[in-house]
Design a protein around this ligand. Structure first.
Ligand code: NAD
Length: 338
């Protein structure tokens, strides 16, 4: 099938070109992100491939259907950037990669927690600067502390397992309990109890209208003084202004982010020679107890191989069904009720 890859980075080209030796699709890469102005980059491609921060809203969806696009293949798990209802209305199928390496994100989450606690990011700079003093680098033992996991799906359950391995007590909140919660040592509590009990809180639920800004002023106030908050899920789970307020008042003790509400303006690009205009993001960077990475939780070799294989296979399955003029029913399809 002819596929246009939007927002393609060098690593996308490398992993997809390699995986495509098996699938033999006709693929073309462009640097541009998808938006209403870049729809015109499509030639005869019936499938386009997108990543997390591209805008596939109703207006774009309409234009895509006008130029003959039948399939949007997301090379990621989340689909909050795609108007699924509009896709359905305009006859465009959407597929995604629901799981590629939950280990990648879980391990990155643990990395943020450990770095923040033991201030490894600060120590790295100090030692390079010939400063071997320990003042300001004091951490705490994770062993014996309580971690609160919000969302115990694939990634959240793995984070719980890793934290249990360090001797932490794990409490969790999820409307759907994990089938192996007893074996994993996960104890479900209400959200209010999770906030009240946890020394470290980690977010692993999807961004939906229900979870938008779930960590706002009230949630932050009900957390323990000095708690650590980690978000490797989606930026808008946090009300960033409220988080800044809590950091300024020294209530929130640590913040680790791999995602940010307005990340589509910044992440995955090099702005090191520019003046960054996002004052909220810049304020976050001024706190010594904040550590931010730019949505790299997924970024391991294993995950990229898996993403490329699954995406190209999703497209192959779609192609087979459409050639056979059969109803499009695919296991990795995103439906309106998802
Ligand atoms: P998953 O679908 O396996 O698990 C999500 C869990 O959240 C489910 O158990 C669900 O019941 C639960 N949930 C839904 N609504 C909830 C709510 N209101 N409160 C608490 N829990 C709720 O998803 P996953 O594969 O574990 O991924 C989790 C999130 O991680 C994704 O939604 C995505 O946003 C993010 N993610 C980030 C990266 C990265 O690179 N940083 C990579 C992949 C995924």
């Amino acid at each position: 099938m002819h596929i246009l890859f939007y927002n393609a980075k060098a690593y996308d080209k490398e992993f997809f070109t390699q995986a495509n030796q098996h699938f033999q699709h006709d693929i073309r890469f462009v640097d541009a992100k998808l938006n209403i102005d870049t729809v015109d980059l499509i030639n005869d491609e019936k499938a386009i491939c997108l990543f997390v921060n591209e805008c596939a809203d109703r207006e774009v969806m309409k234009r895509l259907s006008q130029v003959g696009v039948q399939l949007i293949a997301l090379r990621c798990a989340g689909f909050n950037n795609v108007d699924i209802k509009a896709a359905h209305e305009f006859g465009i199928t959407v597929v995604r990669v629901p799981a590629y390496s939950p280990y990648a994100v879980a391990e990155h989450t643990l990395g943020l927690m450990l770095s923040l606690n033991r201030k490894i990011h600060r120590a790295y700079n100090r030692v390079r600067d010939g400063n071997f003093a320990l003042d300001g680098l004091l951490g705490f033992d994770f062993h014996g502390r309580t971690a609160g996991i919000i969302g115990t799906g694939r990634i959240g359950a793995l984070v719980a397992k890793l934290l249990r391995g360090m001797g932490m007590k794990v409490v969790a909140y999820d409307p759907q309990h994990h089938p192996d919660s007893d074996a994993l040592g996960i104890h479900y509590v209400s959200l209010a109890d999770l906030f009240a009990q946890s020394d470290v809180i980690s977010l692993h639920c999807p961004l939906t209208p229900d979870t938008h800004h779930m960590i706002g002023k009230q949630a932050l106030q009900s957390m323990k003084q000095g708690a650590m908050l980690i978000n490797t899920s989606r930026g808008a789970l946090l009300d960033t202004q409220a988080v800044i307020h809590s950091l300024k008042s020294k209530h929130l003790g640590y913040l680790g982010l791999d995602v940010y509400e307005q990340e589509s303006e910044l992440f995955f690009e090099d702005f090191s020679c520019d003046i960054i205009q996002d004052d909220i993001f810049e304020r976050l960077l001024t706190f010594p107890n904040v550590l931010i990475t730019s949505h790299q939780g997924f970024f391991t070799k294993e995950a990229l191989q898996n993403i490329a294989d699954t995406t190209l296979n999703n497209i192959k399955q779609f192609e087979k069904l459409s050639i056979a003029q059969q109803p499009i029913e695919l296991s990795n399809m995103v439906t309106v009720n998802a």
